[in-house]
Write a protein that binds this ligand. Structure first.
Ligand code: DQA
Length: 176
């Protein structure tokens, strides 16, 4: 029997082995730079995306970024990512971290491995931010390292995918 993940890997190898990473930003992250800088810093979303795209280029990877303020648009983008054979997702679900079963289900349903990123340390803030609907499905979580957290997540993703290409299919991903 062919699993969903292995059929994706087969389709992938038929197209290209160039790592394909999608970076997703949830609601209000378009305001970065001016939004509550004591929590989120001064880097704009454009600064962050540019740094990630350059990191990807230097590593020979295809890095796409997408921000949206609407749950359905983020869900549709995740579905599209599965059709596009995206290998890995870096996601900051922002406010949806603490509320969205539907966005969680999209990640579980497509089974694309992902790292969850938060600019602020959500555990050092209000109680309602301590629970994430994503963390138990994530390969890992980075919280509180500011914009640098995205770069660390992307570096991890690229290394993870490099191991996959040099050792064949990898088994460190979560079974959803
Ligand atoms: C955030 C933390 C969330 O609690 C908040 O709703 C955000 C941003 C972060 O990056 O620290 O919008 O995900």
């Amino acid at each position: 029997m062919t699993t969903k993940r292995s059929s994706r890997a087969v389709a992938k190898s038929a197209t290209s082995l160039r790592p394909h990473v999608l970076v997703l930003h949830g609601p209000n992250l378009n305001l970065l730079g001016s939004r509550e800088p004591r929590h989120y810093g001064l880097a704009t979303l454009e600064d962050i995306n540019l740094a990630l795209t350059r990191l990807g280029e230097a590593a020979g990877a295809h890095v796409e970024t997408f921000q949206n303020n609407h749950e359905g648009a983020l869900i549709d983008r995740i579905h599209q990512a599965a059709l596009d054979h995206v290998d890995f997702i870096v996601i900051n679900p922002a406010g949806y971290t603490h509320s969205s079963v539907a966005l969680r289900d999209a990640l579980a349903g497509t089974a694309i491995p992902f790292v969850e990123v938060h600019l602020s340390n959500i555990y050092a803030r209000e109680d309602f931010r301590h629970h994430s609907y994503f963390s138990d499905l994530a390969v890992g979580v980075i919280s509180g390292l500011g914009a640098h957290g995205y770069e660390l997540a992307l570096e991890f993703a690229l290394r993870h995918l490099q191991n996959r290409t040099s050792h064949g299919s990898q088994k460190t991903e979560k079974a959803h």
